[in-house]
Structure formats: C-alpha cells, structure tokens
Design a protein around this ligand. Structure first.
Ligand SMILES: Cc1cc2nc3c(=O)[nH]c(=O)nc-3n(C[C@H](O)[C@H](O)[C@H](O)COP(=O)(O)O)c2cc1C
Length: 315
C-alpha cells in the first residue's frame, strides 16, 4: 500500500512501531524492518551516548529494504542528554527522528543538514501549525486512544482537523490494534499510523513476562489515566494496586503544585520519580508495579513474535 508515509520512509506498509520507553529495543526494530515497517526507539533507553551509538551501528548493519529505523528524542529541558543524543544521531545517521515534549526547532535544523527526516508529536492544531512552520516532515497526531501521555481528541476529529489545515503528512498515534483500525485512520486522511501498546506483548520487548501477560489478560476497558506516575496524566492498566492507590494526585502534591515557587521543583522531582517507576515496571514484577499501556491492547491475546503482530496489523 502506497501512502505519503511509505514514500517518505521507503517502507512497505504505512506503519511505525512507536517508541516506548524501556520497551522498544534493537531486536524489535530489526523485526519491524524485516516486516516492512519502520521501528523507533527512545534515545533515552540508552544510559550512555556510547550505547546509543552501538545501537545505531547494529541497526545500520541490519538495514532491510522496505524497512526503516529511527529514534525518539525528548526535546525539552527534562532531558539533560538531549544535545549529545542529537549529535550522535546526526553523526551516525538514521532514517527519522520523532520529537516529543518541546520545541523541535534545533532537531529539525541539525537533522535536515544530514538528510534525516523529523516527525513531531502533537496533540492539537496550534502545535501542528508551529512544527509545520519549523519544517517538520510529518506530524504524529497523538489522540485520546493512545498509550502513555495521550491527547484529548478522538482519532477521527484530530486527523480530520490536522489534515484539512496542514499540508505535511499526518501519522495517527493511538488506538490501532488490527488492520481495520489502520483502514479507518487512512480513511480519515492519515498517511500512516504509529503503533505502540500492541508491541509490549512481543517476544522481543525488553520488559518482564508479567507486564507482557498483563497486556494479554487485560483489555481496553481496564485502561485508566493516572497522575500518580509522573504528575502528567498517563494511561496504565487498572490492576488491584492501581485501584488501591487511586489515580489522582495526593493532597500534598496538589498543594505543592499550586505553589508558584515550588511548582517547578515538584514537577522535576515527579518526573524523576516517574522515570524510576517506569523502569521498575519494565524490569521488576511486584504487587506494586504499575504498567503503562493503552486501550489498543484489546486485541492482544498472546505473547507473540513482533513479526506476527505486524502480520495481524497488515492482513
Ligand atoms: C509503554 C509506553 C511507553 C511509551 N514511551 C514513549 C516515549 O518514550 N516517547 C514517546 O514519544 N512516546 C512514548 N509512548 C507513546 C508511543 O510512542 C505512541 O504514541 C503510543 O503508544 C500510541 O498509542 P498506542 O499505544 O495505542 O499504539 C509510549 C507508549 C507506551 C504504551
């Protein structure tokens, strides 16, 4: 199937395996490329720039025609490694970068010098227009069905609004579990989709079997939004532990958040607690583990190789 996304990345199917913190890895992206789609890894999955460089080299060595690989950069101040990561990506090379949480201006400037495409996460038209003006190659439209930090518009409304008002391709992120979902997103005007949660329960994902099994056992109705991980609302599986601790900020957190002087510090501390909680969720399984996933786990019925999950999406 040919779309503007397949043309941009020279891939067989209009699908990006979405970047997922501590879930995506080189093994998944290699499979994605072999399956004729693009794969993306958060640069923050690597503790050091050297590890990031090694991952890029391995992907370059395993490049497959009809596939593509990229990295996700958090481009706001919370990512202290941002400049170094951008430099490594531009020096070593990759097919595309997905930016999130901040202005993509510097990334677009540097990446375009070396021929890397830049796609930007957006949740509304205002930011979409801004990234288009800055020269983004495509928009990742994060809707209210997405896993992680979701947007607040339905896939249909968001795609239609962005595709009518922007001239660069729209890639829809959120709520895609089977081929019919992709057909719907394309019919609303998207040039492709970015799919995350369905790949958590893949053999290759770097998370515990308990996390993968939770994606099999729970479904769309078990996903809730919580403010308890990083302060910013995030979708998680509503396990007995999540039910017990609740999904709203504690009384103390909301008081501190309202204090102008302390707000910034509370935010930074919450972000760091959130990163640790996500790390624990990926690597340990205890009663207190909180698993991030979106409603698109609905069609996840068993833990499968990445390739078979791609087959479910394209057939
Ligand atoms: C476990 C998990 C981790 C995620 N980590 C990131 C991340 O590090 N950076 C990012 O830009 N998006 C992240 N996302 C969002 C995905 O890239 C993508 O937008 C989302 O998964 C699409 O919705 P879906 O889960 O319904 O496919 C994450 C999503 C999940 C489920």
């Amino acid at each position: 199937m040919q779309t503007k996304l397949t043309e941009l990345l020279k891939i067989k199917h209009p699908i990006i395996q979405a970047p997922m913190f501590l879930v995506s890895n080189v093994a998944m992206v290699k499979e994605a490329m072999e399956g004729g789609i693009a794969g993306c890894i958060p640069a923050l999955n690597y503790r050091t720039l050297e590890e990031l460089r090694t991952a890029i080299k391995e992907l370059k060595a395993n490049r497959v025609e009809g596939g593509a690989f990229g990295f996700n950069l958090i481009v706001n101040k919370s990512n202290v490694k941002y400049k170094g990561q951008l430099e490594v990506l531009c020096k070593e090379g990759c097919d595309f970068i997905i930016t999130s949480l901040g202005s993509p201006e510097e990334t677009i400037k540097q990446a375009h010098k070396v021929g890397i495409k830049v796609f930007c996460d957006v949740v509304d038209l205002k930011f979409a227009k801004k990234v288009e003006e800055l020269g983004a190659d495509a928009i990742i439209a994060v809707n209210n069905k997405a896993g992680g930090h979701r947007g607040d518009k339905s896939p249909e409304n968001l795609i239609k609004e962005l595709s009518t008002n922007c001239s660069i391709p729209i890639i829809s992120a959120g709520g895609v579990g089977i081929k019919a979902d992709i057909d719907n997103m394309l019919s609303y005007g998207a040039a492709g989709v970015s799919v995350g949660s369905p790949f958590i329960a893949s053999i290759e994902a770097s998370v515990t079997d308990e996390y993968k099994q939770a994606c099999v056992d729970y479904g769309a109705n078990d996903i809730v939004m919580t403010e308890r991980i990083s302060g910013t609302p995030c979708t998680v599986i509503n396990t007995p532990y999540v039910k017990k601790i609740g999904t709203k900020q504690t009384w103390l957190e909301s008081v501190l958040n309202k204090n102008k002087k302390l707000k910034k510090w509370v935010k930074m501390i919450r972000f760091s607690i959130g990163m640790n909680a996500t790390k624990n969720a990926a690597t340990k399984a205890t009663y207190k583990t909180v698993w991030v996933a979106g409603p698109s786990i609905e069609y996840t019925k068993e833990i499968l190789p990445t390739k078979e999950i791609i087959n479910r999406l394209v057939n």
